[in-house]
Ligand binder design. Structure first.
Ligand code: UDP
Length: 380
């Protein structure tokens, strides 16, 4: 079959590769001048530092098949994400762990003591609905206000009492000194960056890749099948309105040597306008560079010409999403795949898992004339 894939990020590359390996002719159109979507990495010509152009991406998973898949295309180096947070002029360890609790309360508690101490502070909220309720039930008011409230207001632009609890559920709370930001067993960084990894996935004789070429949804009829990985509303020309996103602005600055001593420094105070500073050389600790490239990261509402990052998914967005899902149901020969096309906050490993499942389902459907998946992942 002649298949067009719109977008050469993780979803488009993984699905395109599976279709190509199954013997289909795959054309991939990417509007940007590079592959890999928002996990694009590039060497800074002046310092040689590998820069994560759209913000930090750290690979972590418990999915052995996904881990094997990425390692097939690029060697991964061990990497542990250890995040710090500056709050009120002091530096603390994240995620909230025994060190954070002892630092914050000026104590030297052991695990069971800290557990009882936090349990006494945590607010009794039976079924926390909002981010704020979840945080108060989780760590109590002091830690919530120090580490989560200001950061979350800056990141999402709305009160944590209006945000879903699911966002906080991404973060662990530990009563030991484990400061590994992620709890997944398998973690690492692609040795040469994500862009060469995605280029290797796309390197197949049956894949024809065109950069700086946007796919026009009105031409869908010219193809046997379309895999759309752009924004769901964008496929329909945003005719029902725009789905809300947060976008990020990066203010780059340079330094000699080591500017902040770590890859990610969060800023919990609402009075600091940025959410975090990333020092990119520390994402590749096996390399050594004299110069350093850093990003101050600012979050704001995403306008029509901005790059969408985080789906907002509040009540209004969910109802508009429902309307677009209904429209998508009528788009006969189209599969909507990945973070933007399914309007979800997806980590890279989940994106790849869903792309593998979706690509295989497409291969199977084309071989047996069976039902073609409309969306990657669980039904929206
Ligand atoms: N968060 C916070 N304080 C922090 C780090 C995270 O309040 O220091 C909250 C914030 O709302 C954020 C969410 O936890 O959106 C998830 O954080 P994560 O680090 O997973 O965000 P990402 O790296 O995906 O932006």
């Amino acid at each position: 079959m002649r298949i067009v894939v719109a977008g050469a990020g993780l979803s488009g590359a993984v699905i395109g590769r599976l279709l190509a390996e199954a013997g289909h002719d795959v054309t991939i159109l990417e509007s940007r001048p590079h592959v890999a979507g928002n996990c694009h990495t590039e060497r800074d010509p002046e310092t040689g530092v590998l820069v994560h152009r759209y913000g930090p991406h750290i690979f972590h998973t418990d999915d052995a098949e996904v881990w094997e898949y990425v390692n097939r295309f690029m060697r991964f180096r061990p990497y542990r994400n250890r995040v710090k947070s500056t709050v009120g002029g002091q530096v603390y360890s994240l995620p909230v762990n025994l060190h954070t609790i002892n630092q914050f309360f000026g104590a030297s508690m052991r695990p069971d003591e800290a557990r009882a101490f936090i349990a006494a502070r945590a607010e009794k909220i039976a079924d926390p609905q909002s981010f704020e309720e979840q945080a108060l039930a989780f760590v109590g008011r002091e830690l919530y206000e120090a580490f989560f409230k200001g950061y979350t207001e800056k990141q999402w632009g709305i009160s944590p009492s209006d945000l879903p609890a699911s966002i906080l559920k991404r973060l662990p709370l530990r009563f030991n000194y484990d400061d590994n930001y992620f709890s997944h067993r398998l973690q690492g960084m692609p040795e040469q960056g994500y862009t060469p990894m995605v280029s290797a996935i796309l390197d197949h004789p049956a894949i024809d890749l065109h950069l700086e070429t946007a796919f026009d949804p009105d031409t869908s009829g010219a193809w046997d099948h379309v895999v759309w990985t752009g924004p769901l509303d964008g496929f329909f020309g945003c005719r029902l309105g725009r789905l809300g996103y947060r976008t990020l602005d990066f203010e780059e600055f340079r330094a000699d040597g080591d500017w902040q001593g770590t890859a990610v420094m969060n800023y919990g105070d609402a009075s600091v306008p940025f959410t975090r500073i990333t020092e990119h050389k520390h994402f590749a600790p096996w390399e050594s560079h004299a110069g350093s490239v850093l990003y101050r990261e600012f979050s704001r509402a995403c306008g029509p010409d901005d790059i969408p990052y985080y789906p907002i998914r509040m009540v209004a967005e969910k109802s508009l999403l429902g309307e677009y899902v209904a429209l998508a149901g009528k788009a006969e020969n189209v599969t909507f795949a990945g973070r933007l096309a399914t309007y979800r906050y997806l980590d890279m490993d989940v994106t790849i898992r869903e792309a593998l499942d979706c690509g295989r389902a497409l291969v199977e459907a084309f071989a047996t004339d069976g039902a073609v998946p409309r969306f990657s992942g669980a039904p929206l």
